[in-house]
Design a protein around this ligand. Structure first.
Ligand SMILES: CC(C)(COP(=O)(O)OP(=O)(O)OC[C@H]1O[C@@H](n2cnc3c(N)ncnc32)[C@H](O)[C@@H]1OP(=O)(O)O)[C@@H](O)C(=O)NCCC(=O)NCCS
Length: 182
């Protein structure tokens, strides 16, 4: 199996169609928590999980995106994706973690690893993390991973419940240092 280690207890793996059942189970049991911040997590099921995985496999084939599972001791704990515009070499990271896997630094490690990969093998130049204002846990991940706060895009996060301000965090290839100081 192809994997990218995140220390002794965790790794990143490309999400493939056979992961749909495990991904659906993770998101459905965390719907109340994740749904606060991601419409995607509302009314999720195995059909949607499979569609999402296949969408990202097509993006990968088209040089436009990748979605990885975050596995903790062999169990699917969360996911992280990056979607890019090849022409401009810019991209956007998105992620989620099951509530039971929080507080272990898994997402911070995953963001650093995918950022390294994106600036290295994928030769991207700019990566954004778009954090809905008030999502302190997500802002904490961005800051701990070494992303820099760039500013606020007012009312730019469109949700089922309305529009919200976004805090934009960025990493730039020329300044990237996985130990911070981006
Ligand atoms: C955003 C989200 C992934 C953050 O999860 P998280 O567990 O707080 O983040 P990490 O996995 O990086 O863990 C960081 C925590 O582990 C602690 N930690 C333990 N070991 C650590 C390590 N080796 N490295 C870094 N942090 C570590 C940190 O101190 C921090 O705890 P604190 O917040 O109490 O200070 C999660 O809350 C989530 O899925 N939210 C819903 C979906 C969402 O908002 N997605 C974002 C859309 S952009």
């Amino acid at each position: 199996m192809l994997h990218y280690p995140l220390g002794d207890d965790a790794d990143l793996r490309l999400l493939l169609p056979y992961h749909a059942e495990e991904l659906a189970a993770l998101v459905v049991r965390n719907e109340a928590y994740l749904g606060q911040w991601l419409d995607l997590a509302r009314r999720f099921d195995q059909t949607k999980a499979l569609a999402l995985i296949n969408e990202f496999l097509r993006r990968l084939a088209d040089d436009g995106g990748i979605m990885l599972g975050i596995f903790h001791q062999g169990e699917l704990a969360g996911m992280i994706s990056n979607r890019w515009e090849r022409a401009w070499k810019n991209s956007e990271l998105t992620y989620l973690l099951g509530a039971e896997y929080q507080g272990k630094g898994l997402m911070t490690r995953a963001v650093k690893a995918l950022t390294d990969y994106s600036f290295g093998d994928l030769a991207l130049r700019r990566i954004e993390i778009i954090v809905q204002a008030g999502n302190e846990a997500s802002a904490g991940v961005a800051k701990r991973a070494g992303y820099r706060f760039e500013g606020i895009r007012e009312l730019s996060v469109g949700r089922e419940d309305g529009a919200f301000d976004a805090e934009i965090y960025v990493a730039l290839a020329p300044r990237w240092n996985r130990n911070g100081n981006n």
